[in-house]
Design a protein around this ligand. Structure first.
Ligand code: HEC
Length: 122
C-alpha cells in the first residue's frame, strides 16, 4: 500500500514535469498557423479534462486497465483527419461515458494531428 501511494506520487510529479515540458515546447514547434495553434491548445485542454482518466499519460506504464496513450494512437494505420473525425463522431465503448461538443471535437482533432506531426515528424 505504501509503495503504491509512493509510486502514485512519483507518477503525478513526473506527469506535471511532462506537462510543463509539453506546454513550454509547444510554441517552439515548427510552423502551424497561429489559428491552428489556438485550436491545438484548446484541444489539449479538452483532452486533459475529459480523456486522461482512461488514457495513459506520456511516460506512464500501460496497464491492462488503462487505454493506450495518444502517442501510440496517432501512429496507428490511416490515422488522418477523417479517421479522427469519424472516431470522435461515434460512440465507443467504453468511451461512451464522454460527450463532447462539436467545437471541442474539432479542437481535439487538431490536437491529435499536431501530436501526430510531432511524433511522426511529417
Ligand atoms: C472511460 C474511459 C475512456 C475515456 C474517458 C476516453 N477513452 Fe479513448 N479509449 C478508451 C479505451 C479503453 C480505448 C481502447 C479500446 C478501443 O479502441 O475502443 C480507447 C480508444 C481511443 C481511441 C482509438 C484508439 C485506437 O487506436 O483505435 C481514440 C482516438 C481515443 N480513445 C480518444 C479519446 C478521446 C479524445 C477522449 C476524450 C474526449 C477519450 N478517448 C476518452 C477509454 C476511454
Amino acid at each position: 500500500m505504501a509503495i503504491n501511494k509512493m509510486s502514485g506520487k512519483v507518477a503525478a510529479t513526473a506527469l506535471i514535469a511532462v506537462r510543463v515540458m509539453v506546454l513550454t515546447a509547444l510554441p517552439l514547434t515548427a510552423t502551424p498557423a497561429p489559428a491552428d495553434q489556438a485550436a491545438v491548445k484548446r484541444g489539449q485542454a479538452v483532452v486533459d479534462e475529459w480523456c486522461r482518466d482512461c488514457h495513459v499519460r506520456e511516460g506512464e506504464k500501460l496497464t491492462a486497465d488503462m487505454a493506450p496513450p495518444y502517442s501510440i494512437i496517432v501512429k496507428g494505420d490511416k490515422r488522418d483527419r477523417a479517421w479522427f473525425e469519424a472516431f470522435l463522431a461515434a460512440d465507443h465503448f467504453p468511451m461512451a461515458t464522454f460527450r463532447l461538443f462539436d467545437h471541442e471535437k474539432t479542437d481535439v482533432v487538431e490536437w491529435l494531428l499536431d501530436l501526430q506531426k510531432r511524433e511522426v515528424g511529417n
